[in-house]
Design a protein around this ligand. Structure first.
Ligand code: TGC
Length: 394
């Protein structure tokens, strides 16, 4: 496999970062290069999730790294974004792991949990000794959580949960599931949705990995069945009322994707650039052809613009000013452009681009999942359409 040159960023992106942010980025890049890249093609091929990396991610400080206290690093939003970018430059599956654990499961506990819940779960999750999952999406369609059919009803001094969830990352490995369920006694509609911390050993909780995936093969997504799952009263997250609870966590995860997808894009561009210099057709490197240079230039343009957008959103987030509509701009743009870059990079590699000697097709396949979860392109277009027109088209 060709060693690709690094892309020197036209805007001198590094100069826009603090020393601390650069240090987080370097740590994540080293982690990806040493522990993920040497094994990822094999793991993708064999549908293998390398669980032993979880405590190593914890030791590096990457899990729930934006949370303050409880063993978490308390890092800034841009530092977290850069870690997402470097992990996804290796494979979307590993950025997804960090997102599900940190941005979704740990964020839910950190934002909405009681002090006891935080003490019980967060330190172990930050260390990678405990794994969490986030059970929101249901089999009938993930875009409309308001149509949720999973219910929780009071039973003595506890709750009984019944229902089904689908596409739940890590569920079969998880120690705790953040389960979102409708509580009929709180009324109709989205306001009745509440979150519960369900230890996955609880009788009636079953998680089954979904097989047959041609994307994100080195990570685990599951169906969950909840049949009469009884939890104590203190399983309820006291700070979450209604759909704004899970949406608040999706904001965190979507923000990480804005950066992460640009990592996959950068990887594709680096490979295409390296190949364009070494692969000769018609007696010269294909990179000496105007059409190839035009493709490379367009790819670079979108990586640079995507990085600047991610940084802008990160700075807004650090000031507490980031809005859901702004996150939709970033998620929609980053993933859409990353996919286009992967497809263009593939053309530069010719037939070799479809083999696993290069990461292009793996990134492209992974990005199809990333395009779909945490709000499809269409959902983010509709969020932006509503923000502009004031008219709800859902
Ligand atoms: P809407 O009426 O707009 O809002 C209901 C309540 O939620 C609030 N809200 C938000 N709060 C915080 N952040 C956001 N981004 C929010 N968006 C809405 C809103 O203010 C309202 O609060 P309140 O207090 O007034 O009740 O709700 P809607 O039904 O009209 O929303 C429509 C839409 C399409 C935007 C929403 O349904 C949506 O975002 N759909 C996409 C859901 C999605 O991304 N699903 C995929 C989740 S990924 C997953 O589950 C797997 S995780 C990865 C893994 O496990 O591997």
């Amino acid at each position: 496999m060709t060693t690709a040159p690094r892309i020197d960023q036209v805007f001198d992106f590094d100069a826009l970062l603090t020393d601390e942010e650069r240090a987080w980025q370097q740590k994540a890049r080293a982690f990806a290069q040493e522990r993920i890249l040497p094994v990822i093609e094999e793991d993708f091929e064999n549908k293998h999730f390398r669980r032993e990396l979880i405590p190593q991610l914890g030791a590096a400080g990457f899990l729930g790294m934006h949370i303050k206290g409880y063993g978490c690093a308390g890092a800034g939003a841009v530092s977290y974004g850069l870690v997402c970018l470097e992990l996804e430059a290796a494979d979307s599956g590993w950025r997804t792991f960090v997102s599900v654990q940190g941005s979704l499961a740990m964020s839910a506990i950190s934002k909405y949990g009681s002090e006891e819940q935080k003490e019980r779960w967060l330190p172990g999750m930050a260390a990678g000794e405990l794994v969490g999952c986030f059970a929101l999406t249901e089999p009938q369609g993930g875009s409309d959580p308001a149509a949720m059919t999973t219910t929780a009803r009071r039973d003595g001094d506890g709750w009984v949960i019944d229902g089904a969830k689908r596409w739940i990352g890590l569920a079969s490995l998880a120690d705790v599931a953040v389960v979102w369920a409708r509580v009929p006694e709180f009324g109709e509609g989205g306001k009745a949705v509440r979150g519960f911390l369900v230890p996955t050993q609880t009788p009636g909780f079953t998680a089954t990995p979904i097989d047959g995936k041609l994307s994100m093969r080195a990570s685990v997504q599951c169906d969950i069945s909840l049949e009469g799952v009884r939890v104590d009263a203190d399983a309820l997250l006291p700070g979450a009322e209604g759909l704004s609870g899970p949406f608040g966590c999706l904001n965190e995860a979507r923000y990480g994707i804005v950066w992460g997808a640009m990592g996959a894009a950068r990887s594709c561009l680096e490979v295409a650039l390296g190949r364009s210099i070494t692969r000769e057709v018609f007696g010269k490197p294909i990179g000496a052809n105007q059409l190839t240079q035009a493709k490379l230039a367009d790819m670079l343009l979108e990586v640079e613009k995507g990085m600047l957008l991610a940084l802008h959103l990160g700075r807004l987030k650090e000031r507490g000013a980031l809005t859901p509509a702004q996150i939709s701009v970033g998620k929609l743009n980053s993933v859409r452009e990353a996919l286009e870059i992967a497809h263009q990079a593939r053309t530069i590699l010719g037939g070799d681009g479809i083999t696993n000697a290069f990461p292009i097709m793996r990134h492209a396949a992974n990005l199809e999942s990333v395009r779909t979860y945490e709000g499809t392109d269409e959902i983010h277009q509709l969020v932006l359409g509503r923000a502009m027109t004031g008219l709800n088209a859902f």
